[in-house]
Each structure stands twice: as structure tokens, then as C-alpha cells.
Ligand binder design. Sequence first.
Ligand SMILES: [Zn+2]
Length: 364
Amino acid sequence: MRRRSLFATAGLLVALATGSRTPSPAPVATGGYAAMAVPADSALDSALVHGSAARRFGGTVSGRLSVAGLPPVDGELELTPEALLFHPERSDEETVIYPVVRQRRLDDGSVVRRSTVRPLGPAAAERPVYLYHLDGSTFETDAPGLLAELAGDPTWIDSLAASVVPGHRALVDARDSAAQVATIDGLVHSAYADSLFQLFGRPTRPVGLVGSTGASARRLGEYIASRDSLSLAPGRMTSAGQLRHGFTHELAHRWQRSAPAALQALWRDVPPIRDSLRYGYDNAHEHQAEAIAFAVHYLQASAAPAHTPAGRASLLDSYERLVPGTRALARWLLTQPLYARHPLVRTPLAPVAVVAASPLHGTE
Ligand SMILES: [Zn+2]
């Protein structure tokens, strides 16, 4: 597993992007979860840096990376002439590798090179925080260094040569239905799934594989409200984390259906997602499902005893920047029995006044 999705981001996301760029679905209770979109030119070759340009590289940039639309994780971005390598702080997570540049073929047939780093702009008023796209990922840092120069497509980008294309490996072979079903079964019978079923209820039908319609739309997961049926497509995913996230996102749709009043009350004053590449952009229904999945992930990540109170607060800020509403949903989740022993219970994040909570899955 460790190297399985080492090159996951660039390659597989290209495949996923087609589905992500289709017009946003109408806000009905049928989810069609996909990963983040990537720019159209990113399917072309990348290149190696050489010569004087290479000397600009070196060192690392500390920050948080959101891969394929997943919640952000802490780590170091190593800047080398050949690639940008993100090393997660947690040793059980994989290094993610990005090319430094990609080529784009223009309408007249000529080819230009562009940095894979694109600016998303300053993101926080109280202190400088900068967001960048790295292919289909989002990187946040307060000290961008060379990233700021790369994001401006400096002229030395044109001196690059020698193409290399990162490969990728899927979580499970998409041609092997039995292996995909086994992967889903492993998830559904895990303690993680038990926790989510406690929160959101259990779908009537067994969790299965995304059907042919969803597959042709390149969906990673679906929730079909009329049948109370949840399905996933592990053959198009690149990591166990992405599988868990898709599962949480689809179960969140189940909660949207069963407890709309509670969700509507929580959703007051939540601003829209700013990043047009992020799943849920310009679609409140999908945005809510992402915020719920982000909130579940945040409460899991922040439970680690190594976190300081300031670290937990900073981490939540990062989630909220990417998917607004995460904070409100996390606060609500903390009122649920499942989180009774979470270190953030009885902190300012979860004021006692909010605890007037009915069960999350309401009518179930
Ligand atoms: Zn959805």
C-alpha cells in the first residue's frame, strides 16, 4: 500500500477530471461524488529542469496539502529540479510527487511550458496564508518561497527539457469486480464504518459497486435516495483515504435527506466554496456533503493527543478555508455521543448551548 498511490494525483485525476468538469448536477438527493478537477492542459507531458534553472531549487516549504479534494494534511514540500515532493508529517501517509512544469499545446500547434503551481491567492486576513494549486491538489503555506516565483511562470520555465510523465496506480484493479467488492466489504465491516453508521444511519441496501451509469460518468460514489442505496467505485480511487472520504460523503447525503431541518439550521451564514476546481463548488448540496465529510475527518485527525489546542485550531482553519461549513458541522458532531470523549468537547468549538441535538439521522 505504501507506494501504491505515490504517483496517484497527476495520473488518475486526469481521468477523473472529465466527470468533475461536467455541469453541476441539480441539487437532488442523488450524489455523484468526484475528486477535484484539474486544469485541461495537465494531461500533457511534464519536463525536467536543468542548467541554471536547477540552481533555483532546493530546500522545503512547510504547509498543508489537500490531495484530490481530500482534507489537508501537514507536511513538507521538497523543491527539487525534477519534481515537487510532498512528504506528509505522518509516517503512515505516502509521499506525493508533482512535476514542476507541464506542457500545453496551443491552437496553432505550438507548445508552451507552464508551471504546475497556480496561485489561489492570500487566504487569511489575520496572518499571511497562501493557497496554491499543484495540479489537482491544493497546498497552503505561510512562507511560499520559490512557489511564489513558480506560480508566476518565470521566463526560465522555457529552458526546461526532457519529458517525464508520472504514472499512477489505483487502489484496486478497476477490471476486477470481485476485488472491488472485497475492498468495499472491508470498509463496510470496519470500525470506521460502524462509527459513521452510528452518526448517519445504515442504508437499507448493502453498500455496493457504482453501476454502469455512474461508472460512465466517472463517479467515485453515489447515494440513491429513492432506494436508500450507497455505492462506491474503488477501482477509480487511488488511496484508502479517498475510499473512506467517498463513503463519508455519500452517507452525508443520507443525512441530508433524513434531517434537512437540522442541516438547514447549521448551514446559516456558511459562505460558498471559493475554489472553482474543488468538488462542491457552486453546488450547495454537494458542498454540504463535503463539509460533513471534512468535519468527520477533522474530528478524527484532531483527536490525536500530539495536537496542541493551537494546532487543532489552526488545522480547523485550514479545513474551513477549503470547505466552508466544516467548523459548523464539526461543532454539531461534537454534540453526538460518539464524540463524547473527544478532546475538543467542552471547548469553544463546541459550546454547551449547541447541544440541544436530536439524533443526527433524525427520522431513522
Ligand atoms: Zn455528492
